[in-house]
Write a protein that binds this ligand. Structure first.
Ligand SMILES: CC(C)(COP(=O)(O)OP(=O)(O)OC[C@H]1O[C@@H](n2cnc3c(N)ncnc32)[C@H](O)[C@@H]1OP(=O)(O)O)[C@@H](O)C(=O)NCCC(=O)NCCS
Length: 262
């Protein structure tokens, strides 16, 4: 690590959120982090460092538009700290002598839209025990108290509930699940690890959604349906029967489009 990089990393404030990703998804989540409540006692301080895949150094140095976005939020730029580092630099920081001597936990949010890539990042980082994945829910979301008990911070990792979501009774979600803006989960819905529920989706009662699924914006899944792992649902799709084969499905009623998912 060059001395220049080392100095830059040393200047990162201790209460920083490390946001994996630096695209639109990460910028949306950054706003949640800065302005919404944490479920797990994570920090709400105005410090975000974007962590991008190693090899994108050149791109990330020119990624200043992120900062311009936050200048428009009405908060004083003087109070905030933004930067971008690569995943290798992040790991170097966790492995540095200073971190070994002072093992505080690094607070991480996955700002990556693809469930598969999110899972790969978590897998790559799993040996670093001092990483803490923030759970948070946006102000204006509703979580039934009968589901809330299952959402307690001790048992959850990386759960993100966007603004306007309604989560009713008996809902269970896995690790690193992201419920995007204004989605509705009716009673007794189960959602597997790393899955993302798109904005405005409605998941009716007694529905099981597998791991690494990506439910498109405005999709509907009717009652008593199961969706297997690794399914992408197109925007506006309506699922009316079980989906037992991984792949991409679109339309009303949803039909198989192709193999592979996001
Ligand atoms: C389903 C999806 C993943 C397919 O993307 P893709 O693999 O790039 O597919 P293409 O754009 O090549 O489209 C392939 C065919 O599917 C059709 N199609 C694509 N998305 C569709 C959708 N949501 N509903 C109905 N048909 C759709 C296209 O019209 C095209 O049909 P054709 O072959 O007859 O021309 C994508 O279109 C989609 O809906 N993504 C979800 C976006 C979203 O909701 N994001 C959440 C925002 S946070």
């Amino acid at each position: 690590m060059s001395s220049d990089t080392k100095e830059r990393l040393t200047n990162i404030p201790p209460n920083t959120t490390f946001m994996f990703g630096a695209g639109g998804h990460a910028r949306e989540l950054s706003e949640f982090v800065l302005h919404n409540q944490s479920m797990s006692g994570g920090n709400n301080e105005s410090c975000i460092v974007y962590v991008t895949p190693t090899g994108t150094e050149k791109v990330l140095r020119t990624h200043k538009p992120n900062i311009a976005v936050f200048d428009n939020l009405g908060t004083s730029p003087d109070d905030e700290f933004f930067d971008t580092i690569t995943e290798n630099e992040f790991i170097g920081m966790l492995e540095s002598e200073e971190a070994q001597d002072n093992p505080t936990s690094a607070s991480v949010v996955l700002g990556i839209g693809s469930p598969k890539i999110r899972e790969k990042v978590v897998y790559r980082l799993q040996k670093y025990r001092n990483i803490h994945y923030q759970n948070f829910y946006a102000v204006g979301s509703h979580i039934s108290k009968f589901s809330w008990e299952r959402f307690c911070p001790e048992t959850f990792t990386g759960l993100i509930v966007g603004p306007g979501c309604v989560i009713t009774v008996g809902v269970s979600v896995g690790q690193h699940v992201h419920l995007n803006t204004s989605c509705t989960l009716c009673h007794d819905v189960n959602i597997g690890d790393f899955s993302i529920i798109g904005p405005g989706s409605v998941i009716c009662g007694n529905v099981d959604i597998g791991k690494r699924c990506c439910i498109g914006a405005g999709a509907t899944v009717i009652d008593n349906v199961s969706i297997t792992d690794d399914v992408t649902l197109g925007a506006g799709a309506t699922v009316v029967e079980n989906i037992t084969k991984p792949g991409t499905y679109v339309g009303t009623p949803a039909k198989f489009l192709k193999q592979g998912s996001l």
